[in-house]
Design a protein around this ligand. Structure first.
Ligand SMILES: Cc1cc2nc3c(=O)[nH]c(=O)nc-3n(C[C@H](O)[C@H](O)[C@H](O)COP(=O)(O)OP(=O)(O)OC[C@H]3O[C@@H](n4cnc5c(N)ncnc54)[C@H](O)[C@@H]3O)c2cc1C
Ligand code: SF4
Length: 502
């Protein structure tokens, strides 16, 4: 029986982050493991309310009150089992999820701070490793059916694990040189050290999943070959088409780049250092890219922008501005606009924001300014208002508000426009919709029979928790399509959307 008064006895507390001056000198994770005492105390704040809305907030349907109570009472092994029943990779979500479950926690109804659900989750994931590792769970018997998974991000890996455990022969094709999708070279190590991915990949391999890296499907192998070799195909290629701003004067200057170009290059240097190899951060064409000694301007306000900020400080930037088109959000939920239990529009401070830099809200870039040699030297910005008219975004510049910010390196982190246009699409006979995503029928099949889609490629740029949920659900649909015995869990359907008021 959970403690119904725990939240009255204990305030919400998170473990201390590593001190800023220490952590910006390395690439290790920002959070050290929390002590057991703190986590058990915080789990005690969960009152196991009759209707746990956190379940609805979490696309995976994680059984949050169950494992909170198990942690409270020290039942770590049972907590590990309970969490893994709904989530293949809690070490990823526990570190990286923005926790819509916490926005939906019933404590929020009475003006209380939510349970630290995400922190409890990551500590259960840590306990799984500490208490005997992530034991492989191979299928009792093979089904004789074979599935190709294209893309090794969280959607592809979750689907591969579900299908392999159901007895299907699974091969994951990844065009990169290492597995993990955006978790590998998109998200920096200070948010997710890569040994977490390696450990999971080893578990999947021990469960029979085969991996083929450095294979660009549609180029190195054709869709026809894949369809000939496998009984079903899952496309989980992500939504990696970065939004650009070609109309802004000076966009072609040296020093103005897509954020992902910089992040991938920086993460590759960290990976090389981990293997004892020296490496320079370079663009695909070999041009060096590094924030050391530079004034950096990051355009955008989301995860990608915050990751660029943390990377810039670790590389030794002399100053960083982060620009946002929209006004500064309120610190607390505006209940009229975003009533509980929906995801509120509030100011989100990532650990990277503690490390320095200046955030500038309600501004738009008017020009990237040339230093006379074709290299950017400044960004000219203006204050703006933004409103929606007839579904269209109207940006109005405040006259006389223009000013320059020094800039040697400009990073565009202004979102993604869906999955990339690439040969694989036409070869499989699937196309991008108006959002740049690939539509799925209710059974997760694309327009092509036997070809399924999941994750960002289907949903558009989203979150890891959604990618895992869609990967699990698509695996369940593939299992049925292949005539598998019984059913696999399907936490979401293709039409499922986050909790929203409108
Ligand atoms: C910088 C950044 C930071 C982020 N931070 C967070 C965060 O903190 N929390 C969070 O929840 N979400 C975050 N996200 C979003 C999250 O990473 C994605 O939603 C998630 O990774 C999507 O998973 P996926 O499996 O659908 O695709 P991806 O992770 O994008 O993986 C797709 C994979 O498919 C491969 N691929 C594509 N085409 C082919 C082909 N033809 N052949 C073979 N392989 C192919 C790609 O190389 C890639 O490895 C972040 C995103 C970015 C860009
Ligand atoms: S995966 Fe995300 S939404 Fe689900 S319980 Fe964990 S932190 Fe909450």
């Amino acid at each position: 029986m959970p403690d119904p008064n725990g939240f009255l006895r204990y305030d919400r507390r998170l473990p201390a982050r590593r001190p800023v001056p220490v952590r910006i000198m390395d690439w290790r994770e920002v959070y050290p493991p929390a002590g057991e005492e703190l986590i058990r105390e915080q789990a005690t704040r969960c009152m196991d309310c009759g209707i746990p809305f956190c379940h609805e907030g979490c696309p995976l349907g994680n059984r949050i009150p169950d494992w909170n109570d198990l942690v409270r009472t020290g039942g770590w092994d049972a907590a590990v089992e309970s969490l893994h029943a709904t989530n293949n990779f809690p070490e990823f979500t526990g570190r990286l999820c923005p926790a819509p479950c916490e926005a939906a926690c019933v404590l929020g109804l009475g003006g209380q701070q939510p349970v630290t659900i995400k922190q409890v989750e990551v500590e259960i994931a840590n306990a799984a490793v500490a208490r005997g590792g992530l034991r492989p769970r191979p299928a009792p018997a093979p089904t004789g059916k074979s599935v190709a998974v294209v893309g090794s991000g969280p959607a592809g890996l979750a689907a591969a694990q579900q299908l392999a455990r159901a007895g299907h022969s699974v091969t994951v094709y990844e065009r990169d040189d290492a597995l993990g999708g955006l978790l590998r070279y998109g998200i920096p190590d200070f948010k997710l050290e890569k040994h977490h991915i390696d450990r999971r990949v080893a578990q999947l391999a021990a469960e029979g999943v085969q991996f083929r890296t450095g294979v660009n499907v549609g180029v190195d192998v054709t869709a026809e070959q894949l369809r000939g070799e496998h009984d079903a195909v899952l496309l989980a290629c992500g939504a990696l088409q970065g939004r650009d701003t070609p109309e802004t004067p000076g966009r072609a200057l040296r020093g103005v780049h897509q954020a992902m170009e910089h992040l991938v290059a920086a993460n590759r240097v960290v990976a090389a250092a981990g293997e004892g190899r020296p490496a320079l951060a370079v663009l695909p064409d070999g041009t060096p890219i590094d924030a050391a000694g530079k004034h950096v301007v990051i355009i955008g306000g989301g995860d990608t922008a915050a990751d660029c900020l943390g990377v810039a400080h670790r590389q030794g930037a002399v100053g960083v501005h982060q620009l946002d088109l929209y006004p500064e959000p309120p610190a607390d939920r505006d209940a009229a606009r975003d009533p509980w239990p929906t995801w509120p529009w509030i100011l989100r401070n990532y650990p990277a924001h503690e490390e320095g830099g200046e955030r500038v809200f309600a501004v738009a870039v008017q020009e990237f300014v040339d230093d006379g040699t074709g290299q950017v030297r400044a960004v000219r910005i203006a204050e703006v208002t933004v409103e929606k008219r007839d579904g269209r975004r109207i940006v109005t510049v405040l006259p006389g508000s223009e000013r320059e910010l020094p800039a040697d390196l400009v990073l565009l982190a202004i979102g993604f426009e869906g999955t990339e246009e690439q040969p694989l699409l036409a070869q499989f006979g699937v196309s991008r919709n108006a959002r740049g995503a690939v539509d799925a029928r209710p059974d997760w099949q694309t327009g092509a029979d036997g070809v399924f889609v999941a994750g960002d490629m289907h949903k558009g740029a989203s979150l890891i928790v959604w990618a895992i949920a869609e990967g699990r659900a698509a695996a369940a649909a593939i299992h049925s399509y292949l005539g598998g015995v019984g059913t696999l869990p399907a936490p979401v359907d293709p039409a499922r959307q986050p909790l929203a008021a409108r």
